[in-house]
Ligand binder design. Structure first.
Ligand SMILES: NC(=O)c1ccc[n+]([C@@H]2O[C@H](COP(=O)([O-])OP(=O)(O)OC[C@H]3O[C@@H](n4cnc5c(N)ncnc54)[C@H](OP(=O)(O)O)[C@@H]3O)[C@@H](O)[C@H]2O)c1
Length: 205
């Protein structure tokens, strides 16, 4: 799969390593070109400064939530592209959310890019866990994802499964109540808006 990853920090580096290991064609971009080039070299990917999203089926935004829209805007034309939003819009002291309960980071990003297809994923996995690989303590690390576009979710499922869970069956789609409960448990917002169709949450393990 052609995947563009924005951001070269903790999550961006861990994701780059796992996605490259899984055989995806990876383009890495960031606001610091030297960092993007170094990361790309270390995982066998390509670094691109302009038009990073050109030809990408999936763009993963691995910046802080506050930087996500600007970073995505700089990546190029995102019409039809699946955006994976991994952000947690946390307050500076990590004790609360800067938005949530009536809307979510993914919904706000979807509003900013109405022609893209936003899926929330990877935000419940710590960077250190992601960097270490698909298992933790002998169990496969679950990747939860949520969104309204079934085809986009299928794309994210494929990207995630080739990373870690290619030989395991996914659980069935579950309900919005589960999505909200999971978001509360992890202190991360899921799709919790009543303005939309009931959201879906999938768990891969
Ligand atoms: N860390 C975790 O365990 C974890 C787990 C789940 C989800 N998350 C979420 O994942 C996201 C990234 O977390 P992190 O720990 O990887 O943070 P981080 O290490 O601070 O990395 C953030 C990256 O975003 C880049 N960036 C900022 N503004 C940008 C822009 N306009 N264009 C391009 N790149 C830009 C930064 O560039 P510079 O290098 O130039 O500063 C940096 O590489 C956050 O939203 C966080 O909530 C984190």
């Amino acid at each position: 799969m052609n995947i563009t990853r924005i951001g070269t920090g903790n999550m961006g580096s861990a994701l780059a390593r796992q996605l490259a290991t899984a055989g995806h064609r990876l383009v890495i971009t960031g606001r610091d070109t030297a960092k993007a080039q170094a990361l790309a070299r270390s995982v066998g990917a390509v670094a691109r400064e302009r038009g990073a999203a050109d030809g990408a089926e999936v763009v993963i935004v691995a910046t802080g939530y506050a930087d996500a829209v600007a970073a995505l805007s700089a990546a190029g034309d995102l019409a039809g592209t699946v955006i994976i939003d991994i952000t947690n819009p946390l307050t500076a002291d990590y004790t609360g959310l800067t938005l949530g309960h009536t809307t979510s980071a993914a919904e706000e990003i979807q509003t900013a890019f109405p022609q893209a297809r936003v899926v929330k994923a990877f935000n419940t996995v710590f960077a250190q866990v992601l960097a270490a690989g698909p298992t933790l303590g002998g169990a496969t690390v679950p990747v939860y994802f949520a969104g309204d576009d079934l085809a986009a979710k299928a794309t994210v499922r494929a990207a995630s499964r080739t990373r870690a869970t290619s030989n395991r069956s996914p659980d069935s789609t579950s309900t919005s109540a589960t999505a909200r409960a999971t978001a509360r448990r992890s202190r991360r917002p899921g799709w919790a808006s009543s303005r939309r169709e009931p959201p879906h949450l999938d768990r891969l393990d």
